[in-house]
Design a protein around this ligand. Sequence first.
Ligand SMILES: NC(=O)c1ccc[n+]([C@@H]2O[C@H](COP(=O)([O-])OP(=O)(O)OC[C@H]3O[C@@H](n4cnc5c(N)ncnc54)[C@H](O)[C@@H]3O)[C@@H](O)[C@H]2O)c1
Length: 381
Amino acid sequence: MSKPINVGIIGYGFMGRAHSNAYSKLTQFFDTEHVPVMKAACARNRDTITEFAGRWGWESVETDWRALIERPDIDAIDICVPNHLHRDIAVAAARAGKMVLCEKPLAMDASEGREMCEAVERAGVPNLVWFNYRRVPAIALAHQLVDEGRLGRVFHYRGLYLQDWTISEDLPQGGHTLWRLDVAEAGSGVTGDLLAHSIDTAMWLIGGVDSVTAVTETFIKERELQDEPGKVMPVGIDDACAFLVKFKNGAIGTFESTRYARGRKNFNTFEVNGAKAAMYFNLEEAHKLLYYDHADDGIIRGWHDVLVTDSDHPYMSHWWVPGCVIGYEHTFINALADFLTGLDTGVPSQPDFRCALETQLVCDAVLASARTGQWVRVGEA
Ligand SMILES: NC(=O)c1ccc[n+]([C@@H]2O[C@H](COP(=O)([O-])OP(=O)(O)OC[C@H]3O[C@@H](n4cnc5c(N)ncnc54)[C@H](O)[C@@H]3O)[C@@H](O)[C@H]2O)c1
């Protein structure tokens, strides 16, 4: 018999839409005992959230997230708002006994992240952070290949996350659509926004980070405020960040992220080099994993594309026939299915808050290293 989970979502932007799509599609593609019910959507403007709720199938609306959390008919709170709101909403939701699903990065910094972990753990409520790239079938396959020992000892990890949408100095900061450029709402720039994804993927694939040394740069030092035209303020975020990593298992890694890489849109890539094999992934061609196996016969040995669409590839038995690719939005449906399966089985899906705190700690160490110019050890979650 199905067990309904009444969800209340906060935020109707990019992630509000991606998550709403996941809730509405889940039962058509996955059979889980726990099933989401799209109970309420929340944002500050009643007209906008009413239009959004009607479009996506949310049963009711709220204009204050505190009122949403107080509702006895809500079982789970889904946080799809800018980063500076994650902590207060998650802590209040946990105290009210609700499950909490939170967008990444977990928090503004690790100290907020710790508070959030303590709140959900004290309340004993299921929790999840939406690091959805783990649910790209090709990345899940990469994880499986490492787990099966096919790469052998891993020596190198190379992560890039490049975009180019903030190059214009006329772009304002803050406000409804540009909160990512306002350090008070974002916490950091590319480090928390983009590298958090790269770090989560890397640690999931090859293990924890021991220490980092980083450089960050803010190329455009002042920008007008979107909400107060004419008022120019210093820019507090990192526009670009590059860092070196020593992993706990002895591997070393390099990571780079920027929003100033002209020509790059959502260029999220990694390469892993092991003693026996190597892998390369590029989100802009997300249906492929490039694989090199040193055990192949020498005369045909080389990089080859694995088209990750067969039913024995991760998640793909739930989707279409071999050769038919799935897209960005499906990663959220896969993530939701894993969360619900975790409720069914009692084995929580990852990353939960405690796991996402590890990524937050690496982000904090990266920013601390960029400030001091020193290697920084990553704290314990
Ligand atoms: N997993 C991913 O790949 C991914 C991608 C994009 C964004 N994110 C994360 O998702 C979160 C939201 O990002 P987004 O791109 O959807 O932002 P967005 O700007 O598109 O949407 C933010 C939403 O928050 C709402 N909001 C702001 N303050 C509010 C308040 N006080 N009460 C209620 N609603 C409020 C806004 O009205 C808007 O609907 C961020 O933490 C971001 O880092 C994750």
